[in-house]
Design a protein around this ligand. Structure first.
Ligand SMILES: *[C@@H]1O[C@H](CO)[C@@H](O)[C@H](O)[C@H]1NC(C)=O
Ligand SMILES: *[C@@H]1O[C@H](CO)[C@@H](O)[C@H](O)[C@H]1NC(C)=O
Ligand SMILES: *[C@@H]1O[C@H](CO)[C@@H](O)[C@H](O)[C@H]1NC(C)=O
Length: 370
């Protein structure tokens, strides 16, 4: 472990009394770090899971005002159905509710596996991996979407991986996750997919990944490092594959290194080279991508959405031929099509902040599942 990482872990562990620096996290469900901000910035609630120290006048108190403190939201304020059953490969996974699974395979970063298997599971079911945002959890992400209802009517299975490290953010800066066959959160997620494919006779040609915020960043990591595993991905307010490569600070969008989240730009070919170098020699099919971003996102800038489109357009060899709208996406979203839009499409929402709420029908249609 690099010493800088150990230092920041130590800092985070003892951080409750310290003041958070500008751009740092200062509150949200599960957050145990500082809740007051350095002078000249103040704590702004972005969503129940994430509050951030923003500089200047952004919280109305004046740029040079005293440090402010947020109210800490506790997990108990969110209604959840607690899962108690832990299934192992030798015992059946109960259907129709979110269940934790242990012993699912190689898991170098000790992440957790949760799964939703519908009561009427399809013969050869498709599998969707759903990755929670920073500060989130499997239970929170499951509860925040209607994906399980669609699983009930369509018979697919949803895997909800969970990390409790780095304020529950995925290790999107970890070279191990940014490399095919490397060691990181990505490995544990691939193990969950392998486990589900074999246990439920899953369809390996219909494995998908989606996520929001940190989960969207990880979606890009998964399709980049494991193009052989995924048919398609959907990224809600994420960043391009390897956008955080080279960052040694914890891989949170609100860590001290904001270079990526504030809109790091590369050429399409430079972005594509990161993807190709993650799995040298791979010449097979590449996953299709749907990129959704809010144009009013100040946490992970809209440019990060455009950078994803640049990356995947170069990887997939597609160009932006036309734009349009999609009534199902909502009138605030414009649609950017690459090729005929079936392999790469972007949706950018006017007035939409962080993170753009997942739209199950539009995503599942793109995946070819409804
Ligand atoms: C997942 O399964 C594939 C295909 O069987 C295998 O090559 C790979 O090593 C497995 N990965 C993990 C992390 O278990
Ligand atoms: C910050 O992150 C960028 C990539 O997002 C990286 O190139 C840069 O080296 C990082 N800086 C530090 C100080 O870690
Ligand atoms: C589609 O929209 C994007 C973003 O607004 C723009 O940059 C691009 O030129 C548009 N493409 C076409 C073909 O009009």
């Amino acid at each position: 472990m690099p010493s800088s990482l150990m230092l920041s872990l130590a800092f985070w562990a003892s951080g409750a009394l310290a003041q958070q620096s500008v751009w740092g996290q200062c509150g949200g469900i599960g957050w145990n770090g500082p809740t007051s901000c350095a002078s000249g910035s103040c704590c702004v609630t972005q969503n129940p899971w994430y509050s951030q120290c923003l500089p200047g006048n952004s919280c109305g108190g004046g740029g040079s005002g005293p440090a402010s403190t947020s109210t800490r939201t506790t997990a108990a304020q969110i209604t959840t159905t607690t899962t108690t059953t832990v299934a192992t490969p030798s015992s059946p996974v109960p259907a129709g509710s979110l269940q934790q699974v242990s012993n699912f395979g190689t898991n170098p970063t000790s992440i957790q596996m949760f799964i939703y298997v519908p009561v009427k599971v399809a013969q050869n079911p498709a599998i969707i991996v759903a990755l929670h945002p920073c500060g989130g959890s499997a239970q929170q992400f499951y509860g925040s979407m209607k994906l399980s209802s669609y699983a009930d009517s369509n018979g697919f299975i949803v895997i909800y991986p969970q990390t409790t490290q780095y304020s529950n953010c995925w290790d999107v800066n970890n070279p191990g996750s940014l490399t095919h066959g490397g060691s990181g959160d990505a490995t544990g997620i691939i193990s969950m997919i392998n486990f589900t494919l074999s246990k439920f006779n899953g369809n390996k040609d219909k494995v998908f990944v989606m996520g929001a915020s940190s989960g969207a960043m990880m979606t890009n990591v998964m399709v980049g490092s494991y193009p052989d595993v995924f048919e398609a991905g959907a990224s809600y307010s994420g960043v391009a594959f390897a956008c955080l490569a080279g960052s040694t600070t914890p891989p949170t969008p609100m860590g001290s290194n904001q270079t990526c989240a504030q809109g790091l730009q590369h050429t399409p070919e430079q972005w594509a080279a990161y993807v190709r170098n993650a799995y040298p020699g791979y010449s097979g099919k590449r996953p299709r991508m749907q990129v959704i971003h809010g144009l009013a996102d100040t946490l992970v800038r809209p440019q990060c959405g455009y950078e994803q489109l640049k990356q995947w357009s170069a990887v997939l060899g597609l160009t932006n031929t036309n734009n349009g709208t999609n009534p199902a996406a909502g009138s605030q979203y414009n649609q950017i099509n690459y090729g005929d839009g079936s392999k790469l499409v972007g949706y950018f929402g006017q007035g939409v902040g962080h993170y753009a709420p997942p739209n199950e029908p539009v995503m599942l249609k793109f995946f070819g599942l409804i």
